[in-house]
Design a protein around this ligand. Structure first.
Ligand SMILES: *Cc1c(COP(=O)(O)O)cnc(C)c1O
Length: 401
């Protein structure tokens, strides 16, 4: 296929040059039939890989019953899926969306409505984090901590200020009587794989409680088992007031959700929010099956067995190529490798070697494989990367001359 010709028909916001046609296990196949090992999982989406027959069967069955009705009525898969989410999160009520970004929009609206009911003159101030990523819509972009994503699209929504992640004092300094919510990823993804320290996250929970601020945790990327618990905040013994989830929630079918405690959720009343597609039977049938497979197949346990091995292998690469690899960090199967060379160079080389990697920022490679990955796949990845880093040293030398 002629990539230049294909590209003409798309608004150019991605640089891409492969057409994938098929997935199997933890591999993708391109239009030429080449097989790639996938360490990106469709950006942390395809947690079950590409060959889960039970998942595919559940979708086919749902298609035969009904794909869509609208939110003017209940549907059976959504009822069940809401139950799974409340059970897994310890939160009370759920709203289904079509994407992560929309879950963020809903979470922001809910926090603002809650503050408004308490005080009609509420200023709706929101504290967000530097290096955060919450999505591309005007609201989600407003709380995204990367200036060059925001700037061309200003004016965005007002009342947002940015604190430094893992710096409690910088958060304290921004709190005032107009602050209604604090939004953060429990483990920063897009911004470069930065986990929260225990001190930071428990301190944030305390600050929010003391000041009547709602804590919104964005687990769109780090949730759904990625770090070895269903949600990453469960490692820290804290609970958000509002949680956002998406990506692996449907394992490929576009679906997201935000969930909240009843006290907060009940600030919304009919007419306040809505969506045509959100939570439709097809999407929520996927959600149900994902939760069921996680339980049956012991996905969390598998993550907890496999993740230390991935980390060990990445650490081994770092020790061997310590001029190029500066840091390995993250949790579970969400790991980052910080480089002294541009990440894009390594990503491109990896693709040539039929290994799919994704970056997070200009010098960080992000490892977010399907959660069903096995040690043998990690060994394959190790060998490919080892070869690439052997050669990348020349690039490093050039950059430093
Ligand atoms: C991907 C992502 C989003 C946006 O989700 P979309 O489904 O792309 O709209 C928001 N927050 C985080 C942490 C993400 O990783």
């Amino acid at each position: 296929m002629d990539i230049e010709e294909i590209s003409k028909h798309f608004i150019h916001v991605y640089n891409r040059n492969i057409v994938f046609t098929k997935g199997e296990d933890v591999y993708l196949y391109d239009s030429q039939g080449s097989k790639y090992l996938d360490m990106g999982a469709g950006i942390a989406v395809c947690a079950l890989g590409y060959s889960n027959e039970e998942y595919k069967q559940a979708l086919k069955e749902q298609i035969n019953k009904i794909i869509h009705t609208s939110n003017l009525y209940f549907n059976e898969p959504a009822i069940k899926a809401a139950g799974y989410i409340t059970e897994a999160t310890g939160l009370d009520r759920v709203f289904f969306t079509n994407s992560g970004t929309e879950a963020i929009e809903g979470a922001i609206k809910l926090a603002r409505k809650y503050a408004y009911l308490k005080n009609k003159d509420s200023q709706g101030g929101i504290i967000a984090m530097e290096h955060s990523f919450h999505g591309r819509s005007m609201g989600a972009l407003s709380v995204t901590g990367t200036k060059h994503y925001r700037e061309p699209f200003e004016p965005l929504i007002g009342g947002v200020s940015f604190a430094e992640y893992n710096n409690l004092e910088s958060v304290k300094a921004l709190i005032n009587s107009g602050t209604c919510a604090l939004i953060m990823e429990t483990l920063q993804g897009e911004g470069g794989i930065y986990p929260a320290t225990e001190e930071f996250i428990t301190g944030i929970r305390k600050l929010c409680d003391e000041n009547g601020i709602l804590l919104i945790l964005d687990e769109i990327q780090c949730g759904m088992g990625r770090t070895g618990k269903m949600f990453t905040y469960q490692h820290y013994g804290v609970k958000p007031d509002i949680l956002t989830t998406a990506k692996a929630l449907g394992c490929g079918v576009p679906v997201g959700a935000f969930a909240a405690s009843s006290e907060v959720a009940d600030a919304m009343c009919p007419g306040d929010h809505g969506t045509t597609y959100g939570g439709n039977p097809l999407a929520t049938a996927a959600v149900c099956k994902v939760f069921e497979i996680f339980k049956e197949k012991g996905i969390l346990q598998h993550v907890n067995e496999t993740a230390p091995y991935l980390r060990e292998k990445l650490e081994a690469l770092k020790n061997k190529h310590n001029k190029i690899i500066k840091d390995i960090r993250g949790m579970g199967l969400m790991l980052g490798m910080e480089l002294a060379v541009p990440a894009s160079h390594i990503v491109t080389e990896a693709l040539k070697n039929k290994l799919i990697l994704i970056s997070a920022g200009s010098t960080i490679i992000r490892f977010v494989p399907p959660l069903v990955i096995e040690k043998e796949h990690i060994d394959t990845m190790y060998n490919i990367l080892d070869g690439i880093f052997n050669k990348a040293y020349d690039v490093y030398k050039k950059l430093n001359n």
